[in-house]
Design a protein around this ligand. Structure first.
Ligand SMILES: Cc1ncc(COP(=O)(O)O)c(C=O)c1O
Length: 370
């Protein structure tokens, strides 16, 4: 039996006609960059998140970059980021000449540890950037308190967490600014790169809009130095077709996660494996279903032999990346992130999975550990 980590063809098949209609509409209009398709997506995303503004941009990476630029982050500034995330979280900080300050994550959720953040704040801290890793919001209540005390904003890296909630509010409405990715593999993925910034601060929304278009409101008149962070109409049109399906897809991911939990319990593996937690008040959307497993590489190889695709997000913590060697030289280590890098394993959890596939995955994990 084959169990792919992701099956985009299966997701596409039932919406194919709607997608092609939307793509045809854009082709017929010959309006390819920003414009009404992007504006429609922005309105729908602002409503979904519960923010007053959404600004479509060219990728999740550029969403982070534009959000930090809007805050004026630059050389001499520090931005606190988790040591365990996708590279862009820290890369966006470094690209602005600021210093990413790597802080360890919580043992259970693998999201930014609020107490460790409190210790890492300095007078140069300009922002704190929690990542809602794998689709679970960071502890935004505790982080909010730390941020308020420090007098610095929270910028959410919500790239993996569209549809997740914390305390009844959606990812994207929990920080001063929030950043989403529409990379094709995300819970809401385009047909190429795309991203979005949400905020309920009108001045910051205007700033991100300005920055995404080379800092120009009027063509060839540049108020600030921005970039080309614009979202394509084709991406927006595809995403707008997919958006109404997101809640159903996320519900299917959650159902699979809960079924995995039952199956692992039946197999007597709870305790051997650490399953992803669902802290009270936080709705997990399982962009990834990540277990912590002993002899991870052996288990992974066994699953591959038995047709089950898996992935390791992430094998190297950010504070151990070669490009940050000078930044981290005199800084404390991040032992939780470093341990996680050695034992995390993402199992297939995409909406198209069948019960028999979930059972096969669990049986193969059990075999590998027997
Ligand atoms: C946590 C996190 N931040 C940022 C990004 C960057 O998004 P993109 O790939 O759209 O640039 C990603 C996407 O992979 C991500 O997972």
């Amino acid at each position: 039996m084959k169990v792919p980590l992701l099956d985009l063809r299966a997701q596409y098949a039932p919406i194919r006609e709607d997608v092609l209609t939307a793509v045809t509409r854009v082709c017929d209009s010959q309006h390819f960059v920003l414009g009404p398709e992007v504006e429609a997506l922005e309105s729908a995303m602002a409503a979904l998140v519960g923010a007053t503004a959404a600004v479509g941009v060219s990728s999740g990476t550029d969403a982070l970059l534009a959000a930090l630029m809007a805050l004026g982050v630059g050389p001499g500034d520090e931005v606190i980021v988790p040591a365990f995330s996708f590279f862009a979280t820290a890369g966006s900080v470094a690209r602005l000449g600021a210093t990413p300050v790597f802080v360890d994550v919580e043992v259970d959720t693998l999201t930014l540890d609020p107490e460790a953040v409190r210790r890492a704040v300095t007078p140069r801290t300009r922002a704190i950037m929690p990542v809602h890793l794998y689709g679970l919001c960071a502890d935004m209540d505790a982080l909010g308190e730390v941020a308020r005390t420090a007098g610095v904003p929270l910028v959410e890296d919500a790239a993996q967490a569209i549809g997740a909630t914390c305390g009844g509010r959606a990812a994207g409405a929990l920080g001063l600014l929030a950043c989403f990715s529409f990379f094709p593999t995300k819970n809401l993925g385009g047909f190429g790169d795309g991203g979005l910034v949400t905020t309920s601060d009108p001045a910051l929304a205007a700033r991100v809009r300005l920055l995404r278009n080379h800092g120009a409101e009027q063509r060839y008149h540049h108020r600030v130095v921005g970039g080309n962070f614009r979202l394509d109409a084709l991406q927006a049109a595809v995403l707008a077709v997919k958006l109404p399906h997101l809640a159903g897809w996320n519900a299917a991911r959650r159902a699979h996660a809960h079924q995995y939990a039952r199956l692992f319990a039946d197999a007597g593996l709870v305790g051997t494996l650490a399953l992803p937690p669902e802290p009270a008040g936080r709705l997990h959307v399982y962009h990834q279903y990540v277990v912590r497993v002993p002899r991870r590489d052996h288990v992974r190889a066994h699953l591959a032999e038995r047709g089950v695709s898996t992935e390791v997000y992430y094998p190297v913590p950010l504070n151990r990346q070669e490009c940050f060697a000078t930044v981290t030289r005199d800084r404390p280590g991040c032992p939780v992130a470093e341990r996680a890098a050695g034992d995390v394993l993402a199992l297939p959890v995409h909406p198209g999975l069948a019960e028999a596939q979930l059972r096969h995955v669990v049986a193969c994990v059990a075999e590998a550990l027997s």
